[in-house]
Design a protein around this ligand. Structure first.
Ligand code: PLP
Length: 400
């Protein structure tokens, strides 16, 4: 067989996929697996979004769509940025892409020249590093310590930026830790970034609406307007409106970079389906109380999961501000042997043994660049969460 592309040499398959595949296989064998491995809301898409898609299809919005997004959706996004983020973007400073993933990929391709460094706070959503590598960039990791609530410290950010840095990534509320930055914390990061005029800032705000206990979300260009002309603000409807399968993400940013992102997308996938875009308009312009109601459900689940995990011997679970993940530390379980005779030396061993012996799927921290942890997604029903946490407690009690 002829060789595959060199550029794929260093790109790894998502460990989340590996875990989900094993979980699916166990399910297929008839086992009662509970998956806490996937970052997908368990709620349905709002009915008004589905209805809008139906109507769009009936109206014949079934042809090639505009590559940068439909005028209606771009206006809805413009209004959203104004309403929720105090950010004023002209329509040619906004683009619509096939999911948040494509927003990020377009942004990397539009800004990175091979060899450029991209600063990524760790732990990080696994796709960032792989995407950066695919675009020829070099990921540079900055540790966000647990004792700082897994948040990026300004001094660490400052130390990571070099003349080779082309971009800094921000993702708060964060996947996998749920950590979110207050206005003061974001402002302090902004002050560092203002000093480094040669870097782009790419902020991934996918979990914006999933913050709890009155926490106020903020985004970098909002708290530090001096950065707006070199910031790409990414967002999407996947997590906020439980629309992961519809594939709509969007970005606001300087006109030149948005144009480059649209050019990139135009050569790869073209615009987002018109039917899907109509659904996104309805989601963004429709009633928002649904979003707040769901955030409250996630908050009660977070509280349950944090409490139950902290009762499991060997686990320490920080209570995060947002998203739908917790990131318990499993250091207290390493060096032990499970009731089924498996030796636990790493967080990967922990995750695999937990799946095999207690049928609970979660992802090991190494997949997100920081060990020894587990990422637990609580985007699942409360009863399953309670059962899963009980199984985790039993698993930990069985370690010797
Ligand atoms: N950014 C983060 C931090 C995510 O967790 C995800 C999905 O898990 C995405 C982006 C991708 O979003 P989408 O499903 O819209 O492509």
């Amino acid at each position: 067989m002829p060789a595959l592309a060199e550029r794929l040499k260093d790109v790894t398959v998502s460990p989340i996929v590996a875990m989900s595949t094993r979980a699916r296989a166990l399910k297929a064998e008839g086992h009662q697996v509970i998956s806490l491995a996937v970052g997908e809301p368990d709620f349905p898409t709002p009915p008004h979004a589905i209805e809008a898609a139906h109507q769009a299809a009936l109206r014949g919005e079934t042809k090639y769509p505009a590559q940068d997004g439909s005028p209606a959706l771009k206006k809805a996004i413009q209004a959203k940025f104004r309403r929720e983020n105090d950010l004023d973007y002209a329509l040619d400073e906004i683009c619509v892409c096939n999911g948040g993933k494509q927003v990020l990929m377009n942004a990397f391709f539009a800004t990175l020249t091979p060899g450029d460094e991209v600063v990524i706070p760790v732990p990080f959503w696994a796709s960032y590093a792989e995407m950066v590598k695919l675009a020829g960039g070099v990921p540079v990791f900055v540790h966000c310590p647990q004792n700082n609530g897994f948040k990026l410290r300004p001094e660490d950010l400052d130390a990571a930026i070099t003349p080779k840095t082309k971009m800094v990534m921000l993702n708060f509320p964060n996947n996998p830790t749920g950590a979110a930055c207050s206005r003061d914390e974001m402002k302090a990061l902004g002050e560092v970034l203002v000093k480094h005029g040669h870097v782009w800032v790419l902020t991934d705000d996918m979990y914006e609406h999933l913050v709890f206990d009155g926490f106020e979300f903020c985004t970098i260009a909002q708290v530090e307007p001096r950065l707006k002309d070199r910031t790409i603000t990414c967002n999407g409807v996947s997590k906020t409106y439980a629309m992961t399968g519809w594939r709509v993400g969007y970005a606001g940013g300087p006109k030149q970079v948005i144009k480059a992102m649209v050019n990139m997308q135009g050569q790869v996938t073209s615009g987002v389906s018109g039917i899907t875009q109509a659904a996104a308009v309805a989601a963004l312009e429709g009633p928002q109380d649904l979003v707040r109601g769901r955030a409250e459900v996630y908050r009660t689940r977070r509280d349950l999961v944090v409490e139950m995990l902290n009762q499991a011997p060997g686990l320490v679970c920080h209570k995060p501000e947002g998203a739908f993940y917790v990131y318990p530390n499993v250091a207290g379980c390493l060096g032990k042997t499970t009731a089924g005779g498996r030796r636990i030396e790493t967080d990967a061993d922990f995750a695999m043994a937990l799946l095999e012996e207690k049928l609970v799927a979660a992802v090991h921290g190494a997949a997100y660049g920081m060990s020894p942890y587990l990422r637990i997604s609580y985007a699942t029903d409360t009863e399953s969460l309670r059962e899963a946490c009980t199984r985790i407690q039993d698993f930990c009690k069985g370690l010797a």
